[in-house]
Design a protein around this ligand. Structure first.
Ligand code: CTP
Ligand code: MG
Length: 191
């Protein structure tokens, strides 16, 4: 009896974690693909801000931004079409799922850009550490965009549990992914 209850709790927690990762996956995909596909012309075109420091720095490129958004959106579309089959939450119907996916992908990379902007203002060089923001920049960006541009879907789909799980799991996953990125030579530093 007690064991049955325990197993039930375990399964529902595991499902909640999977569901949370599923919902944030397009943001993860955009952020990771920006690292894999990035390079070339920087978003700030090499320009400096009023403080004579770079606006974003060489770590934020157009290729990373555009291909990150494209890849994250493709992943999100694949998820949308498979969500019915595996009975997982979807990103909505056509065409509104494009707004949701725009928030998840562009919002994520916008958060990443904002973080780099803050780092440059704090005199932190490209690749230098900024704890918490380095790990949560893209999740915060995605949430912010969802609240602003897709509040109905966001409130209907996300529970406080999903949000807490994402905020806790992301720094852990981020750490793992960055070590992988560093090993394959896509990141200069393992964070
Ligand atoms: N990247 C990119 N374009 C983006 C985001 C990331 O080209 N819009 C690539 C860059 O090659 C970057 C790498 O992904 O160096 C890692 O991303 P990130 O850790 O966010 O950048 P950092 O190099 O650490 O720079 P910053 O200090 O500005 O965070
Ligand atoms: Mg970095």
């Amino acid at each position: 009896m007690l064991l049955g209850l325990f197993i039930l709790m375990f399964i529902s927690t595991a499902l909640l974690i999977l569901e949370s990762l599923w919902l944030i996956l397009p943001a993860y995909a955009a952020n990771s693909f920006a690292v894999i596909a990035g390079g070339g012309t920087p978003v700030d075109f090499g320009k400096k801000f009023y403080d004579e420091k770079r606006i974003f720095g060489d770590g934020k490129t157009w290729r990373g931004l555009i291909l990150g958004i494209a890849f994250g959106t493709i992943i999100g579309l694949l998820q949308t079409y498979s969500s019915e089959i595996i009975e997982f939450p979807s990103f909505g119907f056509f065409p509104s799922f494009f707004v949701v996916l725009f928030c998840l992908t562009f919002g994520a990379l916008f958060g990443d850009l904002c973080k780099s902007f803050v780092k440059r203002r704090l005199n932190i060089k490209r690749g230098g550490k900024l704890p918490v923001l380095d790990q949560l920049d893209f999740v915060i960006g995605a949430f912010l965009f969802l609240i602003i541009f897709s509040p109905v879907w966001f409130l209907q789909t996300f529970t406080i549990y999903h949000i807490i799980i994402i905020l806790v799991a992301t720094p852990l996953l981020h750490r793992v992914m960055n070590i992988v990125g560093y090993r394959i030579g896509k990141k200069k530093v393992p964070w």
